[in-house]
Ligand binder design. Structure first.
Ligand code: GDP
Length: 448
């Protein structure tokens, strides 16, 4: 066991009005704490209805006690869970009693961190626990469940195993120099490497999708002032979140609304009109708009028929991986006010009206599609760090393929393959640095 030997305790689920509060204790002191607190040794994996005793032997509360013997528990340590009804005050009394009996306060995420350190979960699965807790849409919750069940980790393990097989062959060429040409020239080696590279590329796309599902896709509304960005945001949000006026430059700040469309999360960000402005506050707004654009998954250009062609230039220089939609607003002012959707140069154009609501359902559907709706059946949640690790692995594999094609030394090829495998290992935590672990588990809430 690599976890530290302290026993930890925390209120895992605070009691709401009429709800159940759960106090969780994990560590080597859990059995003794259970015996003292209950007055008997609970049977593992059995629900006991019992009194939870105070220092004076009088019950603090009565409720259900569940005991798990190590290593068959969430953390891999002995775990005691007390399910109490009643108030937060009672839970607090119980927590204090458990602390007196030798546990200490758990840090945020420490139960899950121990589960990871004891090999119950790998790192990507532990992160999925946090994603599940934080899920704001049904799709995000389902995708987090899949990641927790290992859907993502298994694909990473599969890649590492395939890389190991390739390394064995390349390293054989190092050991048996007279067979080097034959071993490295084997078409199965190049083909195997190509297969792994394809699988990594596919996993990058799926992981990106998983990042969007987990945190909601970030869609940024851009366009020159007065095209109706705030009106559109209000119409989508169904309430007046942004101030709408006929004076250009009213939206000086980025405004956010979080929407759930077709079960997927979309964060919609309204920005100050992108134009050069002499006004200092507005300039700050424009700066924020550019910053929001740099971090978005989807840019929604909001324009009008008269100047949409000129406005397309605003979509130049989008960050890599970001998609774009073109909204031609105010169709109610045209001779033919009907909303319509078309594809131009590979981009979706929506002619609609924020004022009348015509075409808004089509826009909602487009937003949901970009956020991952409809393709989430096998999706799993992922994080930006996973995408970056996969991208690094892809570069190392590209270098390996180039070295192989150029008949460079097997040492170089082996090193690239080793690096790719090591980078993939950071996703599941097979290779991990302490500061990375600290950063990941600090993002959890206490008691999880
Ligand atoms: P922003 O500067 O891009 O955020 O634009 P606003 O949302 O503040 O809208 C600017 C002006 O255009 C306001 O007077 C809105 O009422 C008007 N407007 C917005 N959408 C529409 C629309 O679909 N049709 C018409 N006719 N006017 C609109």
């Amino acid at each position: 066991m690599r976890a530290d030997p302290d026993s930890i305790a925390a209120i895992a689920t605070p009691a709401g009005a009429g709800g159940v509060g759960v106090l969780r204790v994990s560590g080597p002191a859990a059995p003794a704490i259970a015996r003292t607190l209950l007055g008997f040794m609970p049977q593992p994996r059995h629900a006991h209805y019992a009194a939870f005793l105070g220092a004076d032997g009088a019950p603090i509360e009565r409720g259900l006690a569940l005991y798990f013997a190590a290593p068959a528990s969430y953390t891999g340590e002995a775990v005691l869970e007390l399910h109490a009804h009643g108030s937060p005050v009672v839970l607090d009394l119980l927590l204090r009693r458990v602390l007196e009996l030798g546990a200490r306060h758990a840090r945020p995420g420490e139960f899950t961190e121990r589960a990871f350190l004891n090999g119950k979960l790998d790192l990507a699965q532990a992160e999925a626990v946090a994603d599940l807790i934080a899920a704001r849409s049904e799709s995000a919750a389902r995708a987090a469940q899949r990641a927790l069940a290992g859907a993502f980790s298994q694909r990473v393990h599969g890649l590492v195993a395939a890389l190991t097989a390739l390394r064995v062959q390349v390293e054989a060429a190092i050991d048996f120099a007279d067979e080097e040409l034959e071993l490295l020239g084997d078409p199965a080696l190049a083909a195997g490497l190509a297969t792994v590279r394809d699988a990594v590329a596919l996993l990058i796309a799926d992981a990106r999708h998983g990042v969007r599902l987990a945190r909601g896709a970030r869609a940024v509304l851009i366009g020159r002032p007065n095209t109706g960005k705030s009106s559109l945001l209000n119409a989508l949000a169904g309430e007046d979140r942004a101030i709408v006026t006929a004076t250009p430059g009213t939206t000086r700040d980025a405004l956010h609304v979080e929407l759930v469309i077709d079960g997927v999360g979309v964060e919609l960000i309204d920005t100050a009109g992108l134009r050069d402005s002499a006004d200092a506050i507005e300039q700050e707004g424009v700066r924020r708009a550019r910053a929001a654009l740099a971090r978005c998954d989807l840019a929604v250009l909001v324009s009008e028929t008269a100047h949409v062609e000129a406005d397309l230039a605003l979509l130049d220089g989008l960050p890599g991986g970001a998609d774009a939609l073109v909204v031609v607003n105010k169709c109610d002012l045209l001779a033919d006010p009907a909303a319509r959707v078309e594809t131009r140069a590979g981009r979706t154009w929506l002619h609609l009206s924020a004022r009348t609501g015509a075409g808004l359902d089509e826009l909602r559907a487009e937003l949901a599609r970009h956020a991952g709706a409809g393709s989430e059946e096998h999706a799993f949640t992922a994080r930006q760090r996973h995408v970056e690790a996969l991208q690094q692995a892809a570069s190392a594999l590209a270098a390996a393929a180039a070295a192989l094609a150029a008949q460079r030394s097997p040492e170089l090829i082996a090193e690239d393959l080793r690096q790719a495998a090591q980078t993939l290992g950071t996703i599941t935590g097979a290779v991990s640095a302490d500061d990375l672990l600290g950063a990941i588990f600090a993002g959890f809430c206490i008691g999880k």
